[in-house]
Design a protein around this ligand. Sequence first.
Ligand code: HEM
Length: 120
Amino acid sequence: MIKMLHLTFVLLTLAAFGGKMFISVARPALLDHKAVKIAPHVISSLLLLTGIILVFQGNWRAGDYGWLVAKIIVLFGFIGLGIMAMRSEGTNRWLAFGGAIACFIYIGIVAVSKNAFFFL
Ligand code: HEM
């Protein structure tokens, strides 16, 4: 149940990030709209909250939680690059956007494979 919620917020986070990038290109004036400002924060807070609940639900005594640490470290990368993508302009903006999406994909694959080094 919580996992379904978590996955829902994963998709909503991606949609909100992509949507905000689209709005900033197509209709920048909308960025000042209250809903556009607040909704992404509500969604990502709920993603974090459901993730934390899942951590408490898990059985971590096996010591097999390296993937979770990797997930959280790369999450900081996703947040940082996401902020850069919203604040910078030109090529840097799109490089940051691409980097953020790469972090997001990495986090998703690590979550499913439970292996931080799935690419090796
Ligand atoms: C961009 C952010 C995130 C993405 C894309 C993401 C993605 C996913 C996905 C796809 C799963 C399902 C894996 C499966 O098939 O079993 C999952 C599960 C999980 N996630 Fe996240 N997640 C994110 C953020 C977080 C955060 C911030 C936390 C913790 C603070 C977290 C903790 C967990 C835990 C504990 C599970 C359950 C693993 C299990 O019991 O099988 N996630 N996540």
